[in-house]
Every structure is written in structure tokens, then in C-alpha cells.
Design a protein around this ligand. Sequence first.
Ligand code: ATP
Length: 347
Amino acid sequence: MGSVAEVDLTRLRVEYGDTTALAGVDLSVRDGEFFTLVGPSGCGKTTTLRCVAGFEEPTGGRVTVGGEPMAGVPPEARGVGVVFQNYALFPHMTVGENVAYGLKFADPPGGVGRDERVADLLDLVDMAGFEGRDPGTLSGGQRQRVALARALAPGPRLLLLDEPMSALDARLRERLRVQVREIQQELSITTVYVTHDQEEALAVSDRVAVMNDGRVEQVGAPRDVYDAPATRFVAEFLGDNNVLTGEVRASTAEGCTLDVRGHALRVPPCDAAVGDRLTVCVRPEDLRVGGGGENRLTVAVGSAEFLGDTTRLHCEWEGTPVTVRADRDPTGTVTVGFDPADVHVIG
Ligand code: ATP
């Protein structure tokens, strides 16, 4: 521990026969960062993580950790701790023995004894006193905390987490993700986290990489990626969004006017020229039922989902689905309004 552990992936490619799992991934994870790979099933998240861990030899490109090339370095010599989706605890060993197994290839850091190290880690993951328990008697969340303690036991410079919470129920997942984040911050350990759950990614990460079809679409802080998606895919993958495409009718330093299905929409200034096609998006929470704002759409309300703190309205505008967040659920036809400043231009 204490060593610098930034991770650099350069033009990483992985092919399985005719399947291209990674089509040239470039990423830099900073030392001490909680970095999340998020994207739909099959987009290459796990393959990326396996290349960093050393379980997968890339077909092309390279992985460096702390500036050291990892080609040919076996997993146990990389200084990484890994936690997988399914609880990989040994059923015939106690909780304490499982954590101690993490020290099979390495002495405990800081010159402490094995028993002390095991006790410290169980304390860290809030499982003190469970040393003698059989993993079969633990809840799913407890087992994943033991798996985390085992991964951390040798003091890795890098923690890799592959959907560690996906088998848990929603409430427990929320609790555990907060705990994992706190532990990560306490240890300042560089962490690469894989999830398909966009809400989870936004909630815990310093930065996220949104992946699609073996490529990285965008990297950034959660709020930046949410507010300013670089591509239509990112706009639609992270949270609800309304994506509209139109033709530029006017473009000045004050803003652009777009023709979308015969309606004029004002959007922020951008470097598009008159006649260009432009794709923009506006979040459901920025649409106001009743029509406040420079832009107005008359939408037909289809269905409403009551979400507790808000209601999600599924509407239709000129044959295009439009999602609106509202504090009531109107029926029939309503006007929704929004300001040009709340529109994000994708390009
Ligand atoms: P999920 O969220 O479903 O786990 P993922 O984003 O982690 O998905 P990967 O597991 O990295 O995706 O898989 C990327 C692509 O590579 C997929 O098309 C998958 O079918 C393919 N793939 C992964 N492992 C193999 C393998 N051993 N042999 C053949 N194809 C594979």
C-alpha cells in the first residue's frame, strides 16, 4: 500500500473468435480514484476489468498500473484485490479463514500478524466477531463484505469490483454501496467498479466511463456526464432523457433555433450552421407542466408512474415519446415548457 496506482489502458482490444469484446479502449484511472465502468450488458465492462486483473490477455493494446506494463505479469503479482458478483467464499472455511486466505500469496502489510490483520479487516467491513462463522450462515450482504475483507487483506494497491452487489436486494445494495465508498475513501485505494446500474454509478463514483459495444463513449464526473452527455447513447443510458433532432434555422451568439417537426425550438448557442441537423436533449425534470419557459410542447399524456417523491409521465409529442417529471398526474393534453438554457446540445 502507499504505492501510486494509476491505471492506464491504451487501445485495449479483446477478440473472441468473431466477437470483438473490446474495440480499442483508452482510459486513465487516477491514483486513489473511485472509477466506475457502466454500460449495458455485453458492452465489455467485465472484459476490461479482467484485463486489468490479469485474468485475460488482451489481443491488442496495453495495461499499465502505476506506470508498469502488466503484459505477462500474473494476477497474483499485480497487487490487485478482486471482488466478483457471486460470493466466491470457500464454504468449508470459516469467515476468518476466508479472510486469511487473502494472505496466501503475501504477508500482511505493516508487519502485523495474520490474526491481527484478519481482525482489523473484519472490523473495517463491520463484521467484527464473525471470525468463527461458517459463510453459509451469512446474509448476501455479509458475505460480500467478507469477500471485500479478503480482497483487501494483502494490502493491494488496486481494488477491482465486478458487480459485487447485483445479487442483493435494492435496499441492501444502497446500504452496501455507501459502505464500500466509505471504505474506499478511508483507504484511499484506487478502485475500478463495474456495474450496469446507472444510478449506482452516479451515486458512488469520482468519475464514470460509459461503455457501449466494446468502446468508451464518455468519461467524466457523474454530474458532468449527466448534465452534458457527449453522445445520444449516453444521453439515453444515464437517467431519463428526451432526445430531439431537428434542422438549424438560425444560429447566433445568443442561441440557435431548431425546426423540430415543424416547431421552432430555442436551444443554447452552438457552432452549427443553418441547415445542419442537430440532436439536443432535455431532462424530464426540466419540463414544466403548465408551460413555463420559452419553449412549449403540447403533449398527449399516455400513462403516469407514481414514484413517491414525483410522478413520471409518459407522453407523446408529434409521434415522439416525451417523458416529464411532475408533482401531479394530469390526463389528456397538456402544455409543457422549458428554457433554452436547460437544453443540452449533443451535436
Ligand atoms: P454484463 O453486464 O452482462 O456482465 P459486460 O459489459 O461485462 O456484460 P463482457 O462480459 O465484458 O460484457 O462481454 C463483452 C462481450 O464479449 C460480450 O459480447 C460477450 O458475449 C463476449 N464475451 C465475453 N467473454 C467471452 C468468452 N469467454 N468467449 C466469447 N465471448 C465472450
